[in-house]
Design a protein around this ligand. Structure first.
Ligand SMILES: CC(C)(COP(=O)(O)OP(=O)(O)OC[C@H]1O[C@@H](n2cnc3c(N)ncnc32)[C@H](O)[C@@H]1OP(=O)(O)O)[C@@H](O)C(=O)NCCC(=O)NCCS
Length: 145
């Protein structure tokens, strides 16, 4: 498996994984806009098939943000997600980022466990964060520690 930069022709496959993974998937134009605005966008490719992706952002000079990560159902629990996070962390470190933040739905217990396994800590719950009013867990990872 390789982790590489997203390329425009990857968008349909990324969208397929996004739609299968989230009940409120980003529409294709938003994904393209995020990419065009300079977000980090990496894909995991296995046997010439995209099996997962991560999108991240440097929000402030010293703060990174994970916008989205998803792995095709069939390829989950095979360390694809871990490798995507590791690749993003490497880039954050190159930019001297101190802290990485993310939000996750409180019901998404699998993702919360995944993020914890990667070194993220649960910080607080924000009520009614999502459009459907579900709460979000805010998690972060201090890269200075
Ligand atoms: C979250 C997600 C990206 C994890 O990807 P993955 O490739 O399956 O993760 P990994 O195989 O690298 O998992 C690493 C560790 O995280 C933990 N973990 C991952 N998924 C888990 C789950 N569903 N339940 C419990 N623990 C989990 C485990 O400790 C796992 O190690 P193990 O398999 O040796 O037990 C994937 O489940 C996914 O795409 N989910 C749907 C989209 C989503 O919810 N994204 C996050 C939204 S903010």
């Amino acid at each position: 498996m390789i982790i590489r930069e997203f390329r425009r022709p990857d968008i349909n496959r990324v969208l397929e994984i996004e739609v299968a993974s989230f009940k409120d998937p980003y529409p294709v134009n938003i994904l393209i806009d995020i990419y065009n605005l300079g977000a980090g966008f990496l894909v995991a490719e296995y046997d010439n098939i995209i099996v997962g992706y991560i999108i991240f952002w440097i929000r402030f000079e010293d703060e990174g943000h994970i916008i989205s990560i998803a792995v095709d159902d069939y390829y989950q629990r095979k360390a694809v997600g871990s490798q995507l996070v590791a690749a993003a962390l490497k880039i954050f470190k190159q930019y001297n980022i101190d802290i990485i933040r993310l939000e996750v739905r409180t019901s998404n217990k699998g993702a919360i466990k995944f993020y914890k396994s990667q070194g993220f800590t649960e910080r607080e719950v924000v009520k009614n964060y999502y459009e459907d009013l579900e709460d979000a867990v805010l998690m972060d990872m201090d890269l200075k520690e």
